[in-house]
Write a protein that binds this ligand. Sequence first.
Ligand code: ADP
Ligand code: ADP
Ligand code: ZN
Length: 219
Amino acid sequence: MNIILLGPPGAGKGTQAKLLEEQHGMIQLSTGDMLRAAVKRGEPLGLEAKKIMDAGGLVPDHLMIKMIEDRIRKPDCAKGFILDGFPRTVPQAEALDKMLSACGKKLDAVIELKVDEAALIERVSGRFTCAKCGTGYHKKFKPPKHAGVCDVCGSTEFICRPDDNPETMKTRLKAFQDQTAPILPYYRQKGLLKSVDGMASMDAVHGSIEHILGETGKA
Ligand code: ADP
Ligand code: ADP
Ligand code: ZN
């Protein structure tokens, strides 16, 4: 199955994508992670994107469309993919439709995670990841089992994203409202949009998504 997880920054897209990867062997395609990897490698695209990401804006459509088009053609996507962070604008959604039909693929569902603004701010403020293996944590909602030690790889080094601060979060939330929310009616019209209460616990949200995938699979 090919799905999109749609929601504002901190809604739980990455968390849910990882759970679906474990359960179904689908591939998580996170444009945010791809951009951060390009920044780390010092690629020209990374240098261009970094300023925009640090300011909380959106990277230009043509760059993002090219990035996802190259990725979606890779053989591992045949098992099904979870788009996390793409599309973020109506032109990106339209380009996605074109590239999928060009390679004979289709979207099965677009799952919207609904979360209140106050909760989003609390979620990004407490978010951190293992510097070595990238496992995601939250200081209140998902702390490591042993304080300061990664559950997965045992590393004791963690990193916070430079854009996960209250100031930049304001700009990112506005970008979501102004540029990303308009893609909700786009998918509603196509009958693909499903909404989930993203305020629930990580496990409960996962359960709701599994339910949707079960229903979609039957349809
Ligand atoms: P996104 O990819 O949408 O930006 P993440 O999946 O990275 O969001 O989640 C943001 C932060 O909130 C992370 O620290 C994560 O551990 C935490 N989180 C995710 N889902 C929930 C949830 N349902 N309840 C509480 N905290 C959550
Ligand atoms: P979050 O998990 O908080 O929603 P992401 O990790 O998906 O954030 O994205 C981080 C930043 O990368 C965004 O604020 C934006 O600058 C850039 N970005 C990621 N995906 C896209 C996209 N599809 N279009 C434009 N910019 C993007
Ligand atoms: Zn780790």
